[in-house]
Design a binder for this molecule. Sequence first.
Ligand code: FAD
Ligand code: PYC
Length: 416
Amino acid sequence: MQRFSILSLARNALSGHRGWRPFWRDAAPRERYDVVIVGGGGHGLATAYYLARNHGIRDVAVLERGWIGGGNTGRNTTIVRSNYLCNESGALYEHALKLWEGLNEELNINVMFSQRGVLNLAHSLPDVREGRRRVEANRLSGIDAEWLTPEEVRAFCPIVDISPAARHPVLGATLQRRGGTARHDTLAWGYARAADALGVDIVQNCEVTGILRDDGRVTGVRTTRGTIHADKIGIVVAGHSSVLAAMAGIRLPIQSHPLQALVSEPMKPIHPCVVMSNAVHVYVSQSDKGELVVGAGIDAYNSYGQRGSFHVIEHQMSALLELFPIFSRVRLMRAWAGIVDVCPDASPIIGKLPLRGLYLNGGWGTGGFKATPGSGWVFAHTIARDTPHPLNAAYSLERFTTGALIDEHSAAAVAH
Ligand code: FAD
Ligand code: PYC
């Protein structure tokens, strides 16, 4: 149950607002803060919350150029899982998954985390080898993972076509039972409200247009609402990390691509879990409203346009119908895209940038929603202590010069 105070409802009524509105304060920016977070998506808001909650740093502003959660946080297919291959990723995503499991109580809001299980289908021998290897790696790291035969896939998700004559035959699947889906915008609102309650300023309609530096360190940001000074600045702007880093004269190994998704008309419950097919690039679950939530592969070209190509949607639909013939008469309701920033090894950069007081949390590509609580936790630590948390130490920018990459192309699923 979401709870609302009489005061906040009265405030909304008095401000002329019609209907429902969550009740963080929309602050006017001050001239100076200890920490400025650029980007009011889930990751930025979670960072602000954990700065205040875990480190007692409350003189924090989150600057969002649009409205909070209007970026990828509010555009994704909400798949939450931790079944990545590398030790570094397993540890980080599992930390996030454990936080998800207590988030309703932590934020006092229903993030609708539904652990209905995530299947990753295998359609070829290389898929089978990759899936089985990942299951073993996950188990060794204490992450729940199972390998299912085609018959076990049918028992878990009866609507998948497992017939050997299918265009994309199902040769097995990985299953993470603790994986599932959540309510994306509620995550942003929950962190916003909780951060606001601890004293954080959340400033919407405030675009950062420049990063101020002096003598090798940051001193503040230029924004569409004036200059704001700060000793520490965290960049958390999925899809636009390179744009912000360039404002400080830093070049990142990140490329921005559109990633599309769509929803169907609402239906009675028919689809019991989450199904991902990494090889044919379709991902489908059913939301609590009854809509099928269907993700596609990334568009190959670079763009900031928040729209993708129709041929990608066509491919996604044909893969969906091959795997789920039962959906052949379902109607599409709406489609959209977000801009994701992809690193060469399909893992994020979370750490210090080569300018004192400047930190980056970006490059999550197609898979950062699931990481939001863990990402905020470790990024807050990095900013507060000016040194990475053990869980993000390996995710530095330097790995692209040392060669210590964290290659997650197979587990990241969509980003290749
Ligand atoms: P965002 O929510 O994008 O927040 C960044 C904010 O920065 C934006 O609100 C933006 O307006 C703001 N900003 C940008 N520039 C500026 C500026 N100059 N000044 C001020 N503010 C600025 N991940 C999963 O784990 N599971 C999935 O199923 C999944 N599916 C996806 C499907 C789609 C279609 C897309 C697009 C992404 C998907 N992802 C998924 C990825 C996931 O959505 C992102 O990795 C994650 O939401 C990033 O969160 P964020 O808070 O970093 O970014
Ligand atoms: O990371 O699980 C994921 C995912 C699914 C669809 C897009 N990203």
